[in-house]
Ligand binder design. Sequence first.
Ligand code: NAD
Length: 362
Amino acid sequence: MERVLVTGGAGFIGSAVVRLLVTRGLRVVTVDKLTYSGTLSSLGSVAGAANHRFVEADIADAERIGALLREERIQGVMHLAAESHVDRSIDGPAVFVETNVVGTFRLLEAILGYWDALAGQEREAFRFHHISTDEVYGDLPYDSGVITETTPYAPSSPYSASKAASDHLVRAWHYTYGLPVVLSNCSNNYGPFHFPEKLIPLVILNALEGKPLPLYGRGENVRDWMFVEDNARALELVLTRGRVGQSYNVGGRAERTNLQVVEAICELLDERLPLGGARNRRSLIRFVADRPGHDRRYAIDPSKAELELGWQAEEGFDSGLAKTVDWYLDNPWWWRPLREKRYSGDRLGRTIRAAGPQPGRG
Ligand code: NAD
């Protein structure tokens, strides 16, 4: 595969994918609408690369996407463009349906039109990789096992329901029209260039500034965490080696409660920048009213991706978190403008406005 189009490539995971594929020498066309979470500066390292092209466009603009696919003779599409923040989906679900469901539908139509006109080896080798989330499987009890690719979907939030709907559309376009698709459902990502409204960057930056660290409920909810660069490698392998029509769960085998994550960040920052006296950053933790419909636990079994694709998460949670904290300490040029805009009141939802900045997930 030599020419790939990445939707949502100015976002957190998308930009990691674009940086990886450009470094590998592929021709990469990034399509992004640059919503509040799209950040061109995340693509700074590839901005001047001859094998990278950025196009500001909406995935719902089927005509534009179709023209780009033909012009660039695209061989594979990685679809990451989405509305991705659960809290925002609770405050304003409409845009989640528009982007994640209708947007994916329009994208599928554009891709099907393009693929239908291909012939021979080009048609055979084409792939559409739809990137989804472990949240589509819904709430998992604390004392139960892990999720596999055959676990039934049971989404709880407007975000996860919209992602589940888009997964169903993608599978239907495969079974009904023969479009060669692969899907992946990944767990919580963390790492550099993560938009500062999400749990880990929010806590790093609040803790850095000595601000309260809001934690839903008692901080007992469990998530599986994966370093974003591990995920980017996995997504590349799903595209290039995944079996058509199959889904792959991708996770870091690193389950942590939210409280454990926040405490670990506090310790890392206390080591690097002690507050002085006997104070430590754990004292900044504030338990806040729980998110409505807050799933207790997500836990992914990535065995299928490991066995079939030869993928392994390389970064352990402790080392990955330390790298992430150091990245935020070293790169205020990236997050400061976003954080200033984020907290100016611009685009904040009702819940967030009423209760102050709160942690979320994506
Ligand atoms: P993000 O919010 O950081 O990035 C989303 C990107 O999509 C942004 O650059 C935004 O500008 C772009 N976008 C939004 N609407 C668009 C439209 N209509 N047309 C074109 N571009 C548009 O999200 P992320 O965290 O990088 O997540 C990427 C994908 O991975 C999403 O599909 C998400 O559901 C999935 N996912 C994320 C996580 C995670 O932990 N972040 C976990 C599992 C799955």
